[in-house]
Design a binder for this molecule. Structure first.
Ligand code: ZN
Length: 415
């Protein structure tokens, strides 16, 4: 197969052939790449295609005719040789095609991109799927990842679907539901006496020693590439009429960077005129990206928030995430843990969407700025993970009901 893409360094702008990067299991830029403790990654590679050539391959009507959730329908926009992948395996990796939900909330129609029904109930499946497909293509059977929970449970589930082995490094404070989900899929789990940043570094070291394919977020270029697929699905499901604003929960900054890359590609392909404004929402106790957007400075601070999926003291993809916000004319918002939990409850009550705290942060962020958004502008909130993934957060606002006898209930309830 002739590869129609190259790897591009986002720091020093060097270009590399696909063969050089992939056959050497290289992840960061060989010229300037650096993964240092408690520091955003330097020399992250992204995949660049020959967009001029691709413009003639997919017309708008053709792309809109495909079902959402099946990236292999337009194979030239992915760094995978789909001829080497079993069709039956692809069927196991389809995402729901109806992720776009619309709700009327306080006089405005709000779009929800609902990723809670993905194979392992989170957005992370988009990255795991692409990484697992590349491992299959390269003939590698073992994949490792460090995770606060969702990336790990996602990789574990996707590997189980494809008969691959997953090695997951997690911090000791991982929410119980996510730990159990990882183990339920039969993955090897390694609990690190430390935080996510320590699990990340350890996972890199051991995967290199053992020649495991590494899915660490942002570090493996395919994690960003996989996360761009939501941009195409949103394009397909809105029939090309994209939202004006998309509120995105931000931790390591890979989802927002991937989404941005997808929208920029749609623009390069001549399929959209303008980019949606990407709004980065972070918790007050984990706000390195939002702080960097306003100050251009990064300072490591240990992260503390109930929204564990967006808890990152050193966002690995900090610079690209900040660029995605600035160049899409977006902005950053911080919300408190109390605001996150009350938004989680309100969303579940008013929409039936039970999402984890990280995604509830987008609703909290929206509430803060809704008066500044014109009534006819379209707003989308990104719902990245199911609420059942974090039981502890749900316990905060769901007290156990009192127990009464049948007789007592009858006397109280029968009118
Ligand atoms: Zn470089």
């Amino acid at each position: 197969m002739v590869r129609n893409y190259k790897y591009h360094c986002n720091n020093c702008s060097k270009l590399y052939s696909a063969e050089e990067i992939e056959s050497g299991l290289i992840y960061l830029c060989p010229n300037c790449g650096e993964s240092k403790k408690n520091t955003p990654l330097k020399g992250i590679l992204t995949i660049e295609y020959d967009y001029e050539q691709l413009t003639n391959i997919y017309s708008k009507d053709e792309l809109l005719s495909f079902a959402a959730g099946q990236i292999w329908n337009y194979p030239d926009l992915w760094p995978i040789d789909f001829n080497k992948i079993d069709k039956n395996d692809l069927a196991k990796l389809s995402l729901p095609s109806n992720q776009l939900l619309k709700y009327e909330i306080d006089g405005r129609e709000i779009y929800f991109q609902d990723e809670t029904r993905n194979p392992t109930y989170s957005y992370k499946d988009r990255a795991s799927i692409l990484v697992a497909l590349k491992a299959k293509e390269l003939g590698i059977n073992e994949i490792a990842a460090a995770s606060t929970g969702n990336a790990g449970s996602s990789l574990a589930g996707i590997c189980a679907r494809l008969g691959l082995t997953a090695h997951i490094f997690v911090p000791k404070n991982i929410p119980e539901a996510k730990r159990i989900q990882i183990q339920s899929y039969g993955a090897n789990i390694y609990m690190v006496d430390g935080d996510y940043d320590q699990a990340f570094d350890l996972c890199l070291e051991i995967s290199q020693e053992n020649n495991w394919y590494n899915r660490n977020t942002a570090y493996n270029p395919l994690t960003i590439e996989g996360k761009k697929s939501a941009a195409y699905d949103i394009f397909i499901n809105t029939k090309g009429e994209l939202p004006d604003y998309i509120f995105v929960p931000v931790g390591d900054g890979v989802i927002i960077s991937g989404l941005y890359k997808g929208f920029v590609e749609l623009q390069k392909l001549g399929l959209i005129d303008k980019l949606p404004r990407l709004i980065a929402v972070q918790a007050e106790g984990s706000s390195a990206v939002v702080d960097f957007i306003s100050s251009d400075r990064f300072e490591y601070k240990p992260a503390h928030t109930i929204a564990d999926s967006i808890s990152a003291g050193a966002p690995r993809n900090l610079y690209m995430a900040a660029k995605a916000v600035k160049e899409s004319n977006g902005f950053g918002i911080k919300v408190s843990d109390d605001e996150i939990l009350s938004s989680q409850k309100e969303l579940a009550h008013r929409t039936g969407l039970l999402v984890e705290p990280s995604c509830a942060s987008t609703f909290a962020g929206y509430q803060k700025v809704k008066d500044k958004i014109e009534k006819d502008e379209k707003v989308m909130l990104l719902m990245t993970g199911s609420g059942l993934k974090d039981f502890e957060a749900l316990k905060v606002w769901n007290e156990k009901p009192v127990v009464k006898s049948s007789v007592e209930w009858k006397s109280l309830l029968v009118r």
